[in-house]
Every structure is written in C-alpha cells, then in structure tokens.
Design a binder for this molecule. Structure first.
Ligand SMILES: Nc1nc2c(ncn2[C@@H]2O[C@H](COP(=O)(O)OP(=O)(O)OP(=O)(O)O)[C@@H](O)[C@H]2O)c(=O)[nH]1
Ligand SMILES: [Mg+2]
Length: 259
C-alpha cells in the first residue's frame, strides 16, 4: 500500500511546459525528449516513478519564497510577513507522461540569523530555486551569494537552477523591463532559467512549477536510461551536443541558439 497521497487531477502534465523567456532557459525544446517519451510509453522509467526530487528555495528575507510555495501548493496568499524559522517543506505529487513524480519543496529562511540552520538542509538538492524581489534590485544582486552557498553543498554539474523574480504585481512595466534586463544577464551567467511571477495574483506560478517538475522529471528519466544502458553510445554524444540546450551551445555559438 502506498503511503503517498493520490495525485491531484490538476497536477497532470502531458506536454512539456514552455520556458518563460528563451534568452534564459535551461533548454528551449518544444517537446519532451523523444527517448523520454518512448521510455514512458513503454513503461521503462525504472525507479523514476518512486523518486522524490529535492528542491530548495533560497533568497533574501521577505522576497516571497513562502508565498510562492503556498500559492502553488495551497492556493493561498498571506499579505502579512511571517519569517520562516529555519526550514519548512511541502510535498507535491505530479503525473508526467503517465508516470508519477514527486517534488519535495524545501522553503528556507532568508534571515541571516536562521541561515546556518537552513543551509544544513541544502544537501542533496536536484533543483535550486533562487528567489529575488522584482521591486528590490539589491535582492537580485544577492542571488550570486545564494547560488554560491547552495552549490557548496551540491554537485554543480547535476543541479538544475532557476532564478525567480516575485511580486510582479508591484512593479510598473517600465520598472519591470529594467530589472528584467539585469536578471537575464545574471541568469545567463549562472546558466539558470529565469521566471517572473506574482504570488498575489498567481501569475505564472503554476506554469513555473510545472516547468520545474517537467525538467526534473526529464533529467531523471534520461539519467535512468543512461544507467540502465539502454542508450547507445552514439545517442550519448548527441544529447550532450543537443542544439536546444541553450547553455551548452551558447558558449560555442552566440547567435541563433534559440531557434
Ligand atoms: N504584492 C505582493 N506581495 C508579496 C508577493 N509575494 C510575497 N509578498 C509579500 O512579501 C512579504 C514576504 O513574503 P514571504 O513569502 O513571507 O517572504 P520569505 O522570502 O519567505 O521570507 P523569509 O521566510 O523571512 O525568508 C509578505 O508580506 C508577503 O505578503 C507578491 O507576489 N506580491
Ligand atoms: Mg519564508
């Protein structure tokens, strides 16, 4: 008997959700990798269906980490600030291409005095979400330090990184455009995927987490296929050079990478 709760009907992912902006995406493919689709159809996804991927959410105090998680997991929003003390976590179950997949979302404290407790939970993350406030440029600058801290505890080559600007409802279009330029530069520098959301209105929140779940799932299935040796040597070479992987290609080829 499974101890996990059933998967909600609104957590079913049948298509690859698209990135927010092509200039800063983990990849820009329109569909799930063909090998992933075939493996799911043939039920050759190994242990992925039982896997729980760890996600850590980090960033300055009061940038909106807890509100972001609560909007997605509970569809609630609290306008009063209550600092997270240490850490908190939520479990979210999805079904991706017919396969169950779970994310464990770790909400960490941004306040300096709780940072040392929170950082002990960073280890073993497959996904790092660095949050900043779109109305506070300093919080964007601090994302570099958050990245450094998160990567001290994790293998930088296997972590999928996202940088998320919150409180989109509070910035005027002009303000937003200005900070987006800076955020895109930082995201590209970090090889992170950029998103802008509002937990108050819910704008882009579900789309963002569906994208996170899908990319994490895809990575896990590809890793599982590689491990089980079902992939041919030629295929391995093709994957690492895949032109739709923005960050591996952009170093060699500066233009036309997003087509
Ligand atoms: N208008 C608006 N306010 C937001 C949004 N997201 C968060 N807030 C407000 O920002 C404040 C801080 O939000 P939290 O989610 O508690 O911030 P946090 O990053 O978890 O803070 P720590 O736990 O201390 O690290 C609260 O008063 C929220 O109501 C948003 O999208 N729009
Ligand atoms: Mg919090």
């Amino acid at each position: 008997m499974s101890v996990l709760p059933p998967i909600r009907r609104d957590r079913i992912i049948a298509q690859l959700p698209q990135c927010f902006i092509k200039e800063a995406a983990l990849h820009t493919k329109e569909e799930f990798d063909n090998k992933v689709k075939t493996a799911c159809q043939e039920q050759r996804t190994g242990t992925v269906g039982f896997k729980i991927s760890k996600v850590i959410v980090v960033g300055d105090l009061a940038v909106g980490k807890t509100c972001l998680i609560n909007r997605f997991c509970k569809d609630t929003f609290d306008k009063n600030y209550k600092a997270t003390i240490g850490v908190d976590f939520e479990m979210e179950r999805f079904e991706v291409l017919g396969v169950p997949f779970s994310l464990q979302l770790w909400d960490t404290a941004g306040q300096e005095r709780f940072k040392c407790i929170a950082s002990t939970y960073y280890r073993g993350a497959q996904i790092v979400i660095i949050v900043f406030d779109l109305t506070d440029v300093a919080s964007l600058g601090h994302t570099r330090q958050w990245l450094e801290d998160a990567l001290k505890e994790n293998d930088p080559t296997s972590v999928q990184l996202f940088i998320v600007g919150t409180k989109k409802d509070l910035s005027s279009p002009a303000q937003y455009n200005q900070i987006e330029q800076d955020a895109l530069k930082i995201a590209q520098e970090m090889s992170a995927e950029y998103w802008a959301v509002s937990s108050l209105t819910g704008e882009n929140v579900k789309e963002f987490f569906f994208r996170v779940a899908s990319l994490a799932f895809e990575m896990n299935v590809l890793a599982e296929l590689e491990k089980s040796g079902t992939r041919q040597i030629g295929d391995v070479v093709r994957i690492t050079r895949n032109s739709s992987n923005l960050y591996s290609v952009s170093k060699k080829k500066q233009s036309g990478c997003c087509q």
